[in-house]
Design a protein around this ligand. Structure first.
Ligand code: ATP
Ligand code: MG
Length: 389
């Protein structure tokens, strides 16, 4: 008996003419994820992909765990592949799924006959295999509506595939099928979630992080590198841009009204992020902003930061509350790192009374004392780049 992994590719199946390019991206991303687990052959057929190990020693369970982190896969399952002989199919189903059948109270058989030359029709396969399993597992009862286990037999060109209860995959569409975006990543909870959500929509992610030494520490910087590594488990490799931001923050603090400090600082972050994005061929920015969460995340403040952006700013968590965001952060395993207590540059020099409804005109006037273009150019030139994951 051979074993392999079946992938259901969900949303991609709805794509029209460019479906093949989505599938190729998915295969490439899956291959990359499995690269150190030995060679796998990956084949596609309709809405399913077959991931086949080339030797018996390969760790299929680890492969399944890795593939759960690949966007574009709606569901996945290990399966046994045998020749298209009904007796062998029955025996294999009983052996291969023995543990799961023992643990279930109810079951049903679902047969799919893609190879129409197979002599039994699907309803007959269901009835006869169902009967065989009932005989071998007398505790089982048939439940066609909500069975504990659904035994699936697919009769295909290459053989018969036997599997049960598929695991839910990461969903979404393959990373890289929708272009690139630049994520403004802080050490907080929200931005890694935001970046991963956009990766799930097919965007390849680059990231940009602002540091203000000596106000922010090496620990804070390292934390962002760790977060980016964790994100790369889902997003694929991420190019991280680290921007020296101390000088700009000090100039704003010394020359602009205190209550506008945060909004002016954020406008600089956005301008530098846009410049870096354009250089890196990213067509959008991504932030972890959520309306109302802090003073700088009011609709009026967002209007002021958007005003300096010449590319779209995507804010996937904009309407989510903290509990919803934390749930995703735990799922993608960034939460524990995000809550480590290090300073972010946004929390140095925070005004006592930040303006929550800044007027764009006031902000523009207050910024005029600074040589904006020169500061942006200097910060952009000082960016350090590293490839992560
Ligand atoms: P997060 O949990 O993502 O830190 P937050 O709720 O703490 O978000 P802010 O600190 O106001 O909110 O930041 C809002 C957004 O600005 C972040 O989600 C992130 O996209 C961006 N941001 C904040 N600090 C930085 C930084 N040091 N470098 C890059 N981007 C940042
Ligand atoms: Mg933050």
């Amino acid at each position: 008996m051979k074993e392999m992994i079946l992938l259901k590719n969900g949303e991609i199946a709805l794509k029209g003419l460019n479906r093949a390019s989505f599938e190729d991206k998915l295969i490439k991303n899956a291959r990359r994820k499995l690269s150190d687990l030995g060679k796998f052959n990956i084949r596609k057929a309709q809405s399913t992909m077959y991931v086949e190990p080339t030797s018996d020693e390969q760790d299929l369970e680890e492969a399944v765990q890795r593939l759960r982190q690949v966007f574009g896969i709606a569901g996945l399952t290990r399966c046994a592949v045998v020749e298209k002989d009904f007796d062998i199919i029955c025996k294999t189903a009983a052996e291969y799924l023995a543990d799961q059948l023992e643990d279930s109270r109810t079951f049903k058989v679902n047969a799919k006959r893609a190879d129409k030359s197979f002599p039994m029709k699907s309803p007959q396969i269901c009835a006869d295999l169902g009967g065989y399993l009932l005989k071998n597992f007398p505790h089982l009862k048939v439940d066609v509506n909500k069975p504990d286990i659904e035994v699936v037999v697919e009769i295909r060109d290459f053989g018969a595939y036997i599997h049960a209860n598929q695991i839910v995959g990461a969903g979404g569409i393959p990373v890289g099928s929708g272009g690139k975006a630049m994520l403004l990543i802080s050490g907080g909870i929200d931005s890694p979630v935001a970046g991963t959500m956009m990766a799930k929509r097919g965007l390849q992610i680059e990231a940009i992080h602002f540091v203000s030494p000596p106000y922010t520490s090496e620990h804070a910087r390292q934390k962002v590198i760790t977060l980016t590594e964790k994100m790369s488990e889902w997003c694929g490799s991420i190019r991280l841009h680290i921007v020296p931001f101390t000088e700009i923050q000090e100039l704003i603090k010394d020359n602009c009204p205190e209550e506008l400090f945060t909004i002016i600082m954020r406008r600089f972050m956005m301008r530098i992020a846009v410049a870096a994005a354009e250089k890196a061929n990213c067509s959008a920015l991504v932030t972890g902003e959520s309306v109302g969460q802090v003073a700088s995340q009011t609709v009026q403040a967002i209007a002021c930061t958007d005003a300096v952006c010449t590319i779209p700013v995507l804010r996937p968590v904009i309407g989510m509350d903290k509990i919803e965001i934390v749930k995703i952060a735990r799922y993608i395993d960034t939460f524990e790192t995000s809550i480590l207590p290090y300073e972010d540059c946004c929390t140095v020099f925070t005004p006592r009374h930040p303006r929550t409804r800044p007027k764009l005109e006031d902000v523009i006037n207050a910024e005029k004392v600074l040589d904006i273009d020169a500061l942006v150019a200097k910060a952009t030139a000082g960016i350090e780049i590293m490839d992560i994951g």
